[in-house]
Every structure is written in structure tokens, then in C-alpha cells.
Design a protein around this ligand. Structure first.
Ligand code: UFG
Length: 335
């Protein structure tokens, strides 16, 4: 892809897992980058360059300060809470951050001359799939507060464009996974609830075992199928979407996945092969709110923007995650 002409991009949540990979990609393409992050969950060490502003999305004052100084043309909005289970137990936390704080950010964008927003959305906006693979036109009927809050984010963007002309691109990730292939960045959540890091932590001896949530689904081995998509491929998708907005492209939404379903048991078996370790696992009851199968149809992103994931199978994705985890067994803070 060609360079940027030095456009200025503010990245909310740029110290987080997916945001930090996007910042790395932007810096490599010559964009001017400002990471805006509270560091409540992100890691300062994960921001590999550009400007940094430690601020809260809840603070209009801090947002205005950052935006009036940096004058971003485009904002990539990654900062959000993103655990389905937690959103069921503590919905207020999700509505506050993913809805109220996003509204705050959008109003700051409107008032500070931002031209467009690239928004991190999720497969969770679709709820239980009625058809597979999931296309952009699939009905949106979330089954948990996380998905609801992201859907509200999508709707706010639509309405802000109608009212104020603020453009947007919605990118709906399926299961983000893997780590920077150059080993500089990886996944470091606390607490960790995602399958791949939990499986690899078990291989590393940091956990005794991993639970398999449900073995009686109507799938090839009874465990859930998910569409794991590499975090660097997601970062690339953001840069393509950014360039498209800068080139005058219209607001739109895209689903991002590999269009390939991998089961929980297949993840464990593949991880055993890659790590050379036996990964102890317990077969457990289903986790509430988990659809049996979530697989993306990413043809629209491929046709419109030429996006094609480089990491197409779970083995390649797991290998990058394992390389990072083996080199950073305690995450960023204890290298
Ligand atoms: N799983 C286990 N054991 C675990 C953790 C997960 O068996 O200890 C299973 C889950 O049941 C699921 C699969 O592994 O079938 C993947 O689970 P994750 O928790 O890693 O990811 P989710 O599919 O729940 O969530 C992801 C994103 C969300 C997004 C969601 C869309 O993390 O942000 O996909 O449904 F909303």
C-alpha cells in the first residue's frame, strides 16, 4: 500500500491489544499518530512510537486538549470494554464506557474538525446467527450487553453522519488472535478470558488446565466454532479503511474474519502440536451466551478494499501468539 501524505490519525485505545498493532502499522506507513489511552487496561510499552496522551474518554476537557493540539483528520476508536460475560454481569460498565464515552468522543470529533471515525465493532452485534457465514446484511440482534453497546455505537455513527457529516467505517471483528510477527507486541489482558491465550498459558505452565465450554454443540466435534483472525491482518484492514476514507470513500461497514471455523478442541490440539506440550483440559458445561458457530463472510472487504488475511489458518495464528508468549511469559510489565 502507498503512504499517507502524513495524515494525522488519533488512535483511542492505541495501547491496547488491537490498537497497538494498528499504531505500529500506521507508523510504518508514515502517518502521524497520536495514541489516546487511559492506560487503565492498555500498556505504555505497547505504544511503539508517535505521540501519546494519557486521557479518559469520559473527559471532554482532555479530549479537546488532545484534539485541538494534534488536529486529527481521522480517529480510530478502539478503546472499549470487550468481555461478553462481564457485560452480562456488569452492564452499566459497558453502557458507560462503550456508549456514553463513545458519544463523548464523537461529539469531540464533531467539534474539532475530525473528518471520519473508524470504529471497532464486533461479531457480537449479530447475536445468534440465522445464516452462515455471516454477511454484513445479516440481521443485527445482539444477545448480550457488549453486543448491544457496540450496535448503539454503530447507530450513533450513522446518526452523526446524517446530522453533522462525520464519516465512518465500521469494522466488525470476529475473534482477534495472534501477535505481532516481529515479536514486539502481543496479547496481555488482566484478567484473561480469551481462549487462545488461556490455552497457551496452560502450555507454558502458568495455568493448570483450560476449560472447554460445551461439548454438545451441533458442530463436528461438539465444541464451538469460531473465526480466528490475526491481529496484524486486522491492523492492515484499519489502514486500508483509513486510506479509503481519506480518498473520499463513503461510510460503510465490513465484517473481518478468515471465513473459517475452528473448534475449541482443534485450537487445543493445534496448540499441543506447536508448543510440544500436553495441554490439560476439562470438558465443561456451555458458557451462557455462546453461539455454536460464528464465521464471517469477509467477501465485501476483499472486493471493496482488496483485503485478504495473510494468516489464514489457526496454526499460523497460534504460532505468532506462542512466540510472543514464550518470550513474555508475564506480559509487558515483566520483560
Ligand atoms: N472458550 C472455552 N474456554 C475458555 C474460554 C473460551 O472453551 O476458557 C470458548 C468459548 O466458549 C468460545 C471460544 O472458546 O466458543 C472463544 O471464546 P473467547 O472468549 O476467546 O471469545 P468469544 O468468542 O467469546 O468472544 C470474541 C471476542 C468478543 C466478541 C465475540 C463475538 O472476544 O469481543 O468474539 O461473539 F464479542
Amino acid at each position: 500500500m502507498t503512504g499517507s501524505g502524513g495524515a494525522s490519525v488519533m488512535v483511542s485505545g492505541g495501547a491496547g491489544y488491537i490498537g497497538s498493532h494498528a499504531v505500529k502499522g500506521l507508523l510504518g506507513r508514515g502517518y502521524n499518530v497520536l495514541t489516546y489511552d487511559s492506560l487503565a487496561e492498555g500498556h505504555r510499552q505497547a505504544v511503539l512510537g508517535g505521540d501519546f496522551f494519557q486521557g479518559e474518554l469520559a473527559s471532554r476537557e482532555q479530549l479537546d486538549q488532545a484534539m485541538s493540539t494534534f488536529r486529527p483528520k481521522i480517529v480510530m476508536h478502539f478503546a472499549a470494554h470487550c468481555y461478553v460475560g462481564e457485560s452480562v454481569e456488569d452492564p452499566g460498565k459497558y453502557y458507560r464506557n462503550n456508549v456514553s464515552n463513545t458519544l463523548n468522543l464523537l461529539e469531540a470529533c464533531r467539534d474539532n474538525g475530525v473528518e471520519g471515525v473508524i470504529f471497532s465493532s464486533t461479531a457480537a452485534v449479530f447475536g445468534n446467527p440465522v445464516s452462515l457465514p455471516i454477511e454484513e446484511t445479516h440481521p443485527q440482534a445482539p444477545i448480550n450487553p457488549y453486543g448491544e453497546t457496540k450496535l448503539i455505537g454503530e447507530r450513533m455513527l450513522r446518526d452523526f453522519e446524517t446530522a453533522y457529516g462525520l464519516k465512518h467505517t465500521v469494522l466488525r471483528y470476529f475473534n482477534a488472535a495472534g501477535a505481532d510477527p516481529e515479536g514486539q507486541l502481543g496479547e496481555d489482558h488482566d484478567p484473561e478470558t480469551h481462549l487462545l491465550p488461556l490455552v497457551l498459558k496452560t502450555a507454558l505452565g502458568k495455568r493448570d488446565s483450560v476449560q472447554v465450554f460445551g461439548t454438545d454443540y451441533d458442530t463436528r466435534d461438539g465444541s464451538c466454532l469460531r473465526d480466528y483472525v490475526h491481529v496484524t491482518d486486522l491492523a492492515e484492514a484499519h489502514i486500508m479503511a483509513l486510506q479509503r476514507l481519506l480518498d473520499g470513500g463513503a461510510s460503510d461497514s465490513f465484517n473481518l474474519g478468515n471465513s473459517l471455523g475452528t473448534s475449541v478442541l482443534e485450537v487445543i490440539q493445534t496448540a499441543e502440536r506447536i508448543t510440544g506440550k500436553k495441554i490439560k483440559h476439562q470438558l465443561c458445561d456451555r458458557r451462557p451466551g455462546d453461539p455454536a458457530v460464528l464465521v464471517a463472510d469477509s467477501a465485501k472487504m476483499e472486493k471493496s478494499l482488496g483485503w485478504k488475511p495473510k494468516y489464514q489458518d489457526i496454526e499460523a495464528i497460534l504460532t505468532t501468539a506462542w512466540d510472543w508468549m514464550a518470550a513474555h511469559p508475564d506480559g509487558y510489565n515483566k520483560r
